[in-house]
Design a binder for this molecule. Sequence first.
Ligand code: ADP
Length: 737
Amino acid sequence: MRIGIISSGGDSPGMNAAIRAITRCALDRGVEVIGIHEGWQGVVDGGAKYQRFDWRSAGGILQWGGTILGTARSDIFRTIPGRRQAVRNLVNAGIDGLVVIGGDGSLTGALYLYQEWGDHLAALAAEGALPAELAQNPRPFRIVGLPGSIDNDQYGTDMSIGADTALNTIVEAVDKLSSTADSHQRTFVVEVMGRRCGYLALMGAVATGADWVLIPEEELDARWHHRMTEALKRGREAGRRHDIILVAEGARHSDGLPIRAETIQEVLRNRLGVEARVTVLGHVQRGGSPSAFERVMSSRLGEAAVEYIIGPDPTPVMIGLVNNQTKATPLTEVVAQSQAVNAEIDQGNFRNALVLRGQSFRDSLDLLKTLTRAEPREELADKGRIAILTGGPDAPGMNAVLRTALRIARNEGQDVVGVRDGFQGLARGDIWDLNWMDVQNWINLGGSELGAIRYELTEADLPGIVKTIKAWDIRGLIAVGGMDTYEQVGVLVKGWNRHPELEIPMICVPATIDGNLPGTEVAIGADTALNNIVDAVDKIKYTAGAAHRAFIVEVMGRRCGYLGLMAGIATGAEMELLPEDNATLETLLRDTELLREGFRKGKKLGIVIMSENAFPYYDTEFVRRVMEAESNAAFEVRESILGHLQRGGVPTAFDRIQGSRLGAHAAKQIMSDIAEKRTGAQVVGIMRRGVVFTPFAEALAQMDWENWRPKEQPFLQWHGLADTLAKPGPGERAGEG
Ligand code: ADP
């Protein structure tokens, strides 16, 4: 079998990761690969645009933005003769199927090509342009699409390739604008991409703590000026020092007239006498090195595309990521649904468009409307207090959880207190009232503004905690942190029979870079850590020079290989050494032999990602010595222990958004527990089916205590993918990355 790959339409970061995975997974399964340059235009042009790909063709490209295949808009492909020429070239090149990475337009073109395939063959045979036998018994041409668009406007996937990176770019830019805006008490209007889709603007606003957002899916009647300016005015009166307004490029008045950044600037000038600054982010949103999430997702989608195209079902599909699982949706459905949303927006049926965008989009819009309020909707009611704390070690994104939980609860008149330094503060009564504006600028801060320290909580602390609970009338507790924090909650739970005052509803929110928590597939902080690792490894790669060198990069995670495996996939590492693999000196020698083989075949650089506890008895320095000793001078070995820089820095968009989501759910749940007098501890998490609450005892029962990680770890299923992408291709010279 032989397949072609194209990237088409607007480029997006992550396309290269997909191209790499498609190429290598296909070659691995004995399928030949043709890279076709310049999108559909290249398919029509033929000739030199078709290039035979080997293992190395896709080497060293994982960290590049854009697409090595190039992309183009093609008017000729929109015509019947253009597509006929495409069919002729594809058949002549012996191509049985095509993987198309692109947006709605590109995938619409793919569907037409599929539907017309038989007709084109017959016509070409009649013209004598193709042998008649090809037209008589045509094998169905196989088509698989992958969603490639920073706008994240495609049906059939939760995320499209490029959206996460674009969001991070927006977050970085708005963080910078916020700091200067705050100094000068300025108002900034920031225009982001999204012609018919407000995803980037909406999620960008959640992730940056923006104060107003305008998106194409929302009906903006004549009173939007008034609503926006009133809200901004109230915000300033409440003590806000600056305002950020995010507007999607496709936002429009209900009569269809576009709302540009300048439109908003004028409204602010006329109504508030404010001279707002305008920043149009434009094409920087498309560019840059893909984020860690992007690289892992694109690799998974690429693998799934190959599995599908060599499988039995000829139905053309798009492979997307739905609830963190790859999912094939028929292309007819993808195209029809995408066109439906666009039509609703174009016709001004905003409510229908919003429905078609799905529940989680609407939830985010609702959440944003609460978060942007200048003050809570309800006065403080006499409902006791919720205490909120963060346990150590801290993780980036904790502040997003705190900020959102506080505002969601306080909005309903619920009093919330912050506890300084986790359970130690709770025992000492180190507590203060948290107010709406206290958390205004927390979203982009790393660590925890409440303080998160490691603390050995014992029974002896319980009387102090009881005292605090009584003194502050605390009726519920939200504890944000990792396994240490869960254990501390466990100490409280155990103390219930002796201290009935402790029997209040409690919710653990998962936040640790280690990724080792039960009841969730996502822990807040891990995405930031992963991006920190990926940034570091990208830099390390440049230091290898001409030497034959292997780097052992040690990453955190305690006895859990989540960071190690994800970092391995995202950096294109040659191998990962994970605690789950139960590696021994013997396996280490075998791994070294593999590396030696690779270097002998021409490899210049090797990356080995090693989890901090991959070996119970051997540390990284020991592993380095073994490898160097066994390298037979084929390569040298350096080690790089990333340490605490993995935990630091500004949280990524993903951690801020998921942190906000979990914070909101935790706050709502604990308020309802209090109202209905339910007690007991729970763990909130993000699983396949969305946000779920697991009873505390059940969550703990999922743990493998000896190894301090859950017994079941779904991420381990991607071990095979990492191995496939890294190994030297069949019969090929070893490839880099
Ligand atoms: P995107 O794929 O990012 O949405 P475009 O809408 O520009 O980008 O589409 C990319 C290319 O896909 C177009 O230049 C054209 O060649 C092809 N294409 C788009 N829409 C159609 C269509 N309705 N019929 C045939 N080809 C199309």
